[in-house]
Ligand binder design. Structure first.
Ligand SMILES: [Zn+2]
Length: 309
């Protein structure tokens, strides 16, 4: 089997952004971050404390109004409340107690929904690329530790480490990440995985772990000469996407999500996690339906204009 010539990039495989852009984040979640940020600002400045506290108060009042506006009057069942929070159009007035309870319930739901994975055995250094910002290192390290809690995740991780392939970040306008895979003088160590910074900073370690599984699967198929490009047998979509490679990488991603949350997916899934649940649903409909689904989500013409390194 031919290995592409040294120093030539053999592959750059991107992962599509599968968030649900039409679905806004719950307003209370966005607002809840407010006071923390304000407190930081006040502490950082020694002068201007009075106007800063006035500003804090104003922001807290705005926060109260935001919570009230996004609440729900009937607190009969948590499911209804979550629906209400996700659909601002339906919002009605609510009591403070009600809004606080919804936020509390959502926090409880999040706590109760830890991925159902085994414990990590054996530490290993996260293979960061050189230019990863300090603030991005913790979320990536956490996601790698989560990824490694399945046997396949651990295998993929060890393979990255053994081959000297690093994990970095990039501003990627449409896709979630990509793997740049190159063999140079017999070594794969110039290869790397880049994840979109918005994912690294989205505070969704499970989604980040699933994306790492996706990209590490691309790496795996190249390192082990399983990629369709070796035999030039790929179905290449109009935007340049190699369909068979994406089907394999998305399948690995779906399998990891199933191991973490079961076949019904994550119960309270917002933002990007919602997209992972959708992927699992399609995966469980069987190979043909899954191939059609991957073709659909990966046919966007914007994929043709992604960053080139
Ligand atoms: Zn991909």
């Amino acid at each position: 089997m031919d290995v592409p010539s040294p120093t030539e990039p053999v592959h750059r495989q991107a992962g599509a952004d599968r968030s649900n852009p039409t679905e806004p984040l719950p307003l209370t979640f966005a607002s809840a971050a407010g006071p923390k940020a304000v407190t930081g600002g006040v502490t950082a400045r020694s002068s201007g404390r009075t106007s800063a506290s006035r500003r804090t108060r104003r922001i807290l009042i705005a926060l109260a109004l935001a919570i009230l506006a996004s609440g729900h009057s009937g607190l009969g069942n948590l499911g209804d409340n979550l629906t209400a929070l996700r659909s601002p159009i339906e919002r009605t007035a609510a009591s403070w107690r009600g809004a606080a309870q919804v936020v509390g319930d959502m926090a409880m739901a999040a706590i109760a929904e830890e991925p159902n994975l085994g414990r990590l055995t054996g530490a290993a250094r996260t293979p960061f690329c050189d230019d990863v910002a300090a603030e991005d290192q913790r979320p990536i390290a956490d996601a790698i530790n989560l990824m490694r809690r399945t046997a396949e995740g651990e295998r993929l991780f060890r393979q990255l480490v053994d081959a000297g392939i690093c994990v970095g970040t990039d501003e990627i306008p449409y896709n979630s990440g990509y793997a740049y895979i190159v063999k140079s003088f017999g070594s794969w160590s110039r290869s790397y995985i880049n994840i979109a910074t918005r994912h690294v900073r989205a505070d969704e370690p499970d989604v980040l772990a699933a994306l790492l599984i996706h990209e590490a699967t691309h790496v795996d198929r190249y390192l082990n000469a399983e990629a369709c490009t070796y035999e030039e047998s790929c179905t290449v979509l109009a935007n340049g996407v190699d369909l068979e490679e994406e089907i394999a990488a998305h399948a690995a991603e779906a399998e990891w999500w199933i191991q973490a949350y079961g076949k019904d997916g994550k119960r309270f899934a917002f933002g990007y996690a919602f997209g992972e649940n959708e992927l699992v649903k399609a995966y469980l409909r069987g190979p043909e339906a899954f191939a059609a689904y991957v073709r659909k989500i990966r046919s966007d013409p914007r994929e043709a204009t992604q960053p080139s390194d």
